[in-house]
Design a protein around this ligand. Sequence first.
Ligand SMILES: N[C@@H](CCC(=O)N[C@@H](CS)C(=O)NCC(=O)O)C(=O)O
Length: 209
Amino acid sequence: MKFYDCKTAPSPRRVRVFMAEKNISMETIQIDLAKGEQFSDAYKAITPLSEVPLLVLDDGTTISQVNAICQYLEDIYPQNPLYGRTPLERAQVESANSQIHMNGFMAVAEAFRNTTPGLKNRAMPGPHDYIQIPELAERGLLRLDHFFASLEQHLADSQFIVGDYFSIADISAMICIDFAKWVKKPIPENFEHLKRWHGEVSARPSAAT
Ligand SMILES: N[C@@H](CCC(=O)N[C@@H](CS)C(=O)NCC(=O)O)C(=O)O
């Protein structure tokens, strides 16, 4: 198996931290997004999506999308489960992880991609060009305020996102909060629960990957 990564980008970091938590190592190839390597003929021959992360199996089968890659790895490397240990926990992790992706990750991406001068005409990742819409950036920042507030409330009486169980949802939320610094949205000073949790998850060795 090969993992196509970009060490500076938030989406592939979700997979890297997941693999570190599960002690999975594999051949990793860096795609330099800043240099446009995702659009090279060589990479387009591997995936028409022009995105990272990407997993390529030994027979050449490709798996794209953070969640699909992590779920596949969870199935074939069941040690240290991060998608839940019971049917209920699995449902809770899936529910939290999709909300974090939609309401957190996509909100930051909306704010970042619709304002960054270097991403003019690249408001969405992938093979198609889309113009920036400044109103979407404003909406993204507003959605991010709501996302932070809901996490602060939730973590007031929960150690991790799903009770006392560290899961993929914590990885997604931690990286979302780190990504939010790109749009100058640090954790608000008075959000003590969110800061406590972010400090704890960031101190895990996996977070340094
Ligand atoms: N829906 C994809 C999103 C992946 C994504 O947004 N990747 C970004 C890096 S964080 C990318 O490949 N960007 C390429 C570009 O901006 O051209 C997933 O969940 O894996």
